[in-house]
Design a protein around this ligand. Structure first.
Ligand code: NAP
Ligand code: ZN
Length: 350
């Protein structure tokens, strides 16, 4: 079905309007009219091929919310009119050990990304949510239980929400734990809200003094400007867990030194250029760990959406028309987002 979209034809080109074709729903497919799509820093990394391997035309977007407009004959979980979401994955092998555990993001045969993934649909790679509609296997469709008026602000939960929720759960964040969130952007602001809701003591680390007040409103108990060496030193050896969401290369020692014995620094940011090598002494004297985490499985994404609906958690968003996407990317590069851009997909009809 012909579908208006926004995407890029090459790494050094801006995003422009383009028309794509969506497959007719197969027996297990759900067709979704997209209402809103969040703008993740991964979209920007991919469009500009900062991780290399981007296939063009590239239509990004993996924070998708909308309404079901058609379902295949074998679909049992969804019906026309349902409010649903799609995150970073649209398929996986379904038979490896990871998929069996509901950890499709670690599928040993490789999951299919919502964009830039392999598919038999034209043009041979998946095209994401900066588009009017998408067709997805029902196993990768999420149910949204928030109030209808919150729908735009729910979109970022599909990536920024689950990417922070999953490591917070895996490392047992909760009451009595001291937790740091590094970088107050799309992921980081969700990390602050979720950590606060889980009952831990939250310290936000930012390079932007101007975000101090906001960080407290988001739920941070303390805010540290990471360029202030004295403020950093005051927290030495005190954290159980630190989640680093920064999208650029930086010194990790500044944060590993803040961990307690057996503490973990978990990286979720994926910068274009590597971080400088960490100081190994800091790790071995204290048995500290540096770890990584990738989005979250479908079951956990549903759990996160339901947790957020129950706790009244959504993202803080700035709504934009699709035509403003290039300017939004410029602002994201300046860390000037409060705190997630969301595209109003109705703007694509123009
Ligand atoms: P974002 O909205 O741009 O936020 C990143 C934040 O990092 C900025 O707001 C800024 O916060 C801080 N920052 C930026 N440049 C910095 C620098 N040079 N030094 C120190 N801090 C800096 O990006 P996002 O959408 O949250 O994504 C963050 C990263 O996570 C990206 O690399 C993205 O690709 C990755 N990601 C990973 C996964 C996963 O599964 N692991 C999933 C989604 C996204 P302050 O102003 O507070 O300092
Ligand atoms: Zn993302």
């Amino acid at each position: 079905m012909p579908t208006h979209a926004f995407g890029a034809h090459a790494a050094d080109q801006p995003l422009v309007p383009l028309d794509i074709d969506r497959r007719a729903p197969g027996p297990r497919d759900v067709q979704i009219e997209i209402a809103y799509c969040g703008v993740c820093h991964s979209d920007l990394h991919t469009v500009k091929s900062e991780w290399s391997g981007t296939r063009y035309p590239c239509v990004p977007g993996h924070e998708i919310v909308g309404h079901v407009s058609a379902v295949g004959a074998q679909v049992t979980g969804f019906k026309v009119g349902d409010t649903v979401g799609v995150g970073c994955m649209v398929d996986s092998c379904q038979h490896c050990a990871a998929c069996d555990e509901g950890l499709e993001q670690y599928c040993t045969n490789g999951f299919t990304g919502t964009y830039n993934g392999a598919t038999q649909d034209p043009p041979g790679h998946t095209l994401g949510g900066y588009s009017q509609r998408i067709v997805v296997d029902e196993r990768f469709v999420l149910r949204i239980r928030h109030d209808a008026g919150q729908l735009a602000a729910v979109a970022p939960l599909l990536c920024a929400g689950i990417t922070t929720y999953s490591p917070l759960r895996h490392w047992n964040v909760g009451p009595g734990k001291k937790v740091g969130i590094v970088g107050i952007g799309g992921l980081g602001h969700m990390g602050i809200k979720l950590t606060h809701a889980m009952g831990a003591h939250v310290v936000a680390f930012t390079t932007s003094e101007s975000k101090r007040q906001d960080a407290h409103h988001l739920g941070a108990d303390e805010v540290v400007v990471s360029r202030d060496a004295d403020a950093m030193a005051a927290h030495a050896g005190s954290f159980d867990f630190i989640l680093d969401t920064v999208a650029a290369s930086h010194e990790l020692d500044a944060f590993t030194t803040l961990l307690k014995r057996d503490g973990t620094l978990c990286l979720v940011g994926v910068p274009e250029h590597p971080h400088p090598s960490p100081n190994i002494g800091v790790l071995i004297f204290g048995r500290r760990s540096i770890a990584g985490s990738l989005i979250g499985g479908i079951r956990e994404t549903q759990e996160m959406l339901d947790f957020c609906a129950e706790h009244g958690i959504v993202s803080d968003i700035e709504m934009i028309p699709a035509q403003a996407i290039n300017e939004a990317y410029e602002r994201m590069l300046r860390s000037d987002v409060k705190y997630r851009f969301v595209i109003d997909i109705a703007s694509l009809a123009k």
